[in-house]
Design a protein around this ligand. Sequence first.
Ligand SMILES: NC(=O)c1ccc[n+]([C@@H]2O[C@H](COP(=O)([O-])OP(=O)(O)OC[C@H]3O[C@@H](n4cnc5c(N)ncnc54)[C@H](O)[C@@H]3O)[C@@H](O)[C@H]2O)c1
Length: 319
Amino acid sequence: MRVLVTGGAGFIGSHIVDALLQRGHIPFVVDNLSTGSRWNLPADVPFFEVDICDANRLSEVFDTVQPDWVCHQAAQMSVSRSMREPAVDAEVNVIGLLRVLENSARVNVQKLVFASSGGVLYGDVSVPAAENSPANPISPYGIAKWVGEKYLEFFSRERGIQGVALRYANVYGPRQNPHGEAGVVAIFSQRLLAGESPTINGDGRYIRDYVYVQDVARANVLALESPLSARNIAINIGTGRSTDVNQLAELMRDGVSDIWRSAGRSDPVPACLHGVPRSGDLRSNLVNAAFAKSVLNWQPEVPLEVGIPETIRWFAEIR
Ligand SMILES: NC(=O)c1ccc[n+]([C@@H]2O[C@H](COP(=O)([O-])OP(=O)(O)OC[C@H]3O[C@@H](n4cnc5c(N)ncnc54)[C@H](O)[C@@H]3O)[C@@H](O)[C@H]2O)c1
């Protein structure tokens, strides 16, 4: 199938492009390179350097590509920026999404997968949240994701596009950007590899659900390929496993230690420091992905004990 991946030069989008190629699909990428990079993509994937908010140029892209499916990953993805500049966030995450939806309807796209976020929709939860848990977004970024799901529902009902919102947990892995939702993995990797102590906010007892990027890419491809009876559906993509930042940091120190040892380095990996708590950080956020298993036959395959060393190796290679 011809698949237009918005934000395809970014962290998750570029892994989706790789997964689509492996499955024999034909991916096309539209990205303004604000946080993504051309280097994340194979050179022969057709690439349009276009802002999704630019109505004229985006409609030219859709006219040229005539996609069967759209995978919408492009977003302003910094929660803290959305707190400082909610209108900038909404320009990309609401108006940009609407431009993508309008064009998809115009060229008769069959299915659109939207990158939503379980991390910001469910708020503080002590047990893994299922899809029918109440939405409780507290940041403009989270509000825009929630509104985005509502617009997707509207376009499914009124314009016949099948809509799938994938509510990701905290995604981590190679090519990760330090400014995104699970940016802590990228930030700690870079600091530890530089021989510097990372700073854990507050007591570090902030529980998150970390899901490996290749598992997320596979979920996107399954959401596109699977025949689904619902016109519109929201599906959690996570592990349900709780890991706090202190545990994550220890796992990462072990990963760096292994790399240093195999390179003949014997100095100890720096210990982590504790700083002031960051205001607004959720104490606990986990998603229940049982529904993904039943509708997409998806479940996570890469545990943190494998994904974290993989990610650290990637950061070590690009240093
Ligand atoms: N990383 C996570 O843990 C996580 C969790 C939940 C949801 N998400 C969502 O997943 C999607 C991908 O996030 P990511 O972590 O890969 O971030 P990313 O920043 O690496 O990817 C976003 C891509 O969109 C592009 N982009 C941004 N604004 C654009 C615009 N106006 N026009 C065209 N392209 C634009 C960027 O250049 C980048 O390549 C986003 O929608 C994000 O909100 C991410």
